[in-house]
Structure formats: structure tokens, C-alpha cells
Design a protein around this ligand. Structure first.
Ligand code: CAA
Length: 263
């Protein structure tokens, strides 16, 4: 692939958007390659993904403005769908995806980070939805996910003003979970991913599904979603091993995790 790389380190996959000349902006080719990269992940062996951008300046500086500049109404809608389909794939990907935001996360960059489960960033990160300054709305889920992530009032302020915010403000409003010096960001992301990878994989997947699916419905339906996914865990080796360890007072309390079992 030309614009996206995929590496594996143990049980962690690292997907890097690599188009530094355009600050990793998302054109159709990058979106296609991102789609392929996620399809290529072997979810039977990989337990968490880190998504980042190449270089030290930019995570993703948005959708490609050059490519969008000549679109018709129908083409604009189709381009929005193309991005939304990839981002939804990330959001519903069976294993957790961590965005390691290493610089600009503007427009589509902020939006792709919000389709990930967890966001951490470097001190030089800048977040924003600058679209109304370009005469468009956010088009890859920003109007929906920003409000769900930081609350309606703050999301509307960011989107209507098109004002960018720095890492400390992103942390304060809950858009990112932690801020690190640039040189420590990837290590922190790998540590977080490895911590997740050590836990029972089916339980982690079921947690992601329960949280994601539960947020789409009312509480009565949401708790039923949880009950079913909770129940599923009792068919797994990990539940037997994990609870067995506790009852046997295994000092290490280590899960004797087994490879992912298809149910
Ligand atoms: N699309 C296409 N090219 C981009 C780009 C983008 N979103 N962002 C940066 N680039 C390109 C620049 O055109 C430039 O290319 P050349 O060297 O060939 O001229 C190169 O990347 C470096 O950029 P700058 O020279 O502008 O770098 P800078 O340090 O002066 O500024 C920046 C950095 C503030 C991020 C600035 O590049 C910028 O404002 N970029 C646009 C950010 C933006 O508006 N993003 C939202 C896009 S709309 C969107 O994403 C819609 C949606 O929701 C789907």
C-alpha cells in the first residue's frame, strides 16, 4: 500500500497513515487503503490496534481539500459515505482501536480519532472541526461523534466557531484521555494496548460491543444487551481460568488466556 502501513508487535497491530507531504490528509486512496488495512488485521491473534499518523507534525489534517474542491452535490454525499463507511468499520471493529494523535487532528482527522475507542495525544496535538470555514459541514461523522464525546454544547461551539483547540484543552473537555510528550506517545499507546491485550479477549470484545450497542438504545434495552454479552462469557475458557485463578488464590492473578474462540 502507498499511504498506509501495518505492523504487528506481539498481540498489537499498528496502522499508520503515511502521506506526510499532505500532512496525512485523507483522499479517496488513503480511505481505500485504510479499509484494506483493517480488513487485513487477523483478529484471531491481534487484540488491540493503534492508529497513528506518520511524522511528528500531523496525525491527519482532514479530508483532502484539493480532492473535495470540485465535487458536485452527489459526489460530496458519496465522499461523505466513503469516509463514514471506513470510520464506522473502525468504530465497530471487534477489538479496541487506540488513536495515538501525534499532531494535527483537524476535520476528518478529529473525526477518525473519534471513531476509535480511546484517544491519547502528544503535547503538540491540535484538534478542531474547521469545516464551516471552508463552506461545508463536518462530513465524516463530526456532527454526530463530537456531540456524543464532549457533549452537545461544547461540540456546537467547536463546530460553529471552527476554532481549533490544543492538547490541554482537548484533555480538559474529555476529547483525549491523556497527553504525552511527542517522544513518549507511541510507547504510551503500546503500553495501553498491551495492558488491554493481557485481558480476556472475548470479554474485552464483548465490553466494546456492549458499550457501543447499548449507547444506541434506551436503558431497558441496553441492560439486556449487557446481560446477553455477560452470559456469553460463561461459555469461555477465560472465564473458567480467570475465576479459577482467583479461587485458587493464584498470586499472579494472570489469566491463562486462550486463543480467540469463534462462538
Ligand atoms: N487537504 C489537502 N492538503 C492538505 C491538507 C488537507 N486537509 N492539510 C494540509 N495539506 C497540505 C498543504 O496543502 C500543503 O501542501 P503543499 O506543501 O503541497 O502546499 C502541505 O499539506 C503542508 O501544509 P501547510 O503548508 O498548510 O502546513 P502549515 O504547517 O502551514 O499548516 C495546517 C498546517 C494548519 C494543518 C494547515 O495545513 C491546514 O489548515 N490544513 C487544512 C486543515 C483543514 O481545514 N482540515 C479540514 C478539511 S475538511 C474535512 O476534513 C471535511 C470532512 O469532515 C470530511
Amino acid at each position: 500500500m502507498e499511504f498506509v502501513t501495518y505492523e504487528v508487535e506481539g498481540m498489537v497491530g499498528i496502522i499508520t497513515i503515511n502521506r506526510p507531504k499532505a500532512l496525512n490528509a485523507l483522499n479517496s486512496a488513503v480511505l481505500d487503503e485504510l479499509n484494506e488495512a483493517f480488513d487485513a488485521v487477523d483478529v484471531n491473534t491481534i487484540r488491540a490496534i493503534i492508529l497513528t499518523g506518520a511524522g511528528e507534525k500531523s496525525f491527519v489534517a482532514g479530508a483532502d481539500i484539493g480532492e473535495m474542491s470540485t465535487l458536485t452535490k452527489a459526489e460530496g454525499e458519496a465522499f461523505g459515505k466513503k469516509g463514514n463507511d471506513v470510520f464506522r468499520k473502525i468504530e465497530t471493529f471487534p477489538i479496541p482501536v487506540i488513536a495515538a494523535v501525534n499532531g494535527f487532528a483537524l476535520g476528518g482527522g478529529c473525526e477518525i480519532s473519534m471513531s476509535c475507542d480511546i484517544r491519547i495525544c502528544s503535547e503538540n496535538a491540535v484538534f478542531g472541526q474547521p469545516e464551516v470555514g471552508l463552506g461545508i459541514t463536518p462530513g465524516f461523522g463530526g456532527t454526530q461523534r463530537l456531540a456524543r464525546t464532549v457533549g452537545v454544547g461544547m461540540a456546537k461551539q467547536m463546530i460553529y466557531t471552527a476554532r481549533n483547540i490544543k492538547a490541554d484543552e482537548a484533555f480538559r473537555i474529555g476529547l483525549v484521555n491523556a497527553v504525552y510528550p511527542q517522544e513518549e506517545l507511541m510507547d504510551a499507546a503500546k503500553k495501553l494496548a498491551s495492558t488491554i491485550a493481557k485481558n480476556a479477549p472475548i470479554a474485552v470484545r464483548n465490553c466494546k460491543k456492549a458499550i457501543n450497542d447499548g449507547l444506541q438504545v434506551d436503558m431497558d434495552k441496553a441492560i439486556v444487551i449487557e446481560e446477553k454479552l455477560f452470559g456469553d462469557c460463561f461459555e469461555t475458557e477465560d472465564q473458567k481460568a480467570g475465576m479459577g485463578n482467583f479461587l485458587e488464590k493464584d498470586k499472579e492473578k494472570k489469566l491463562k488466556v486462550v486463543p480467540f474462540q469463534n462462538k
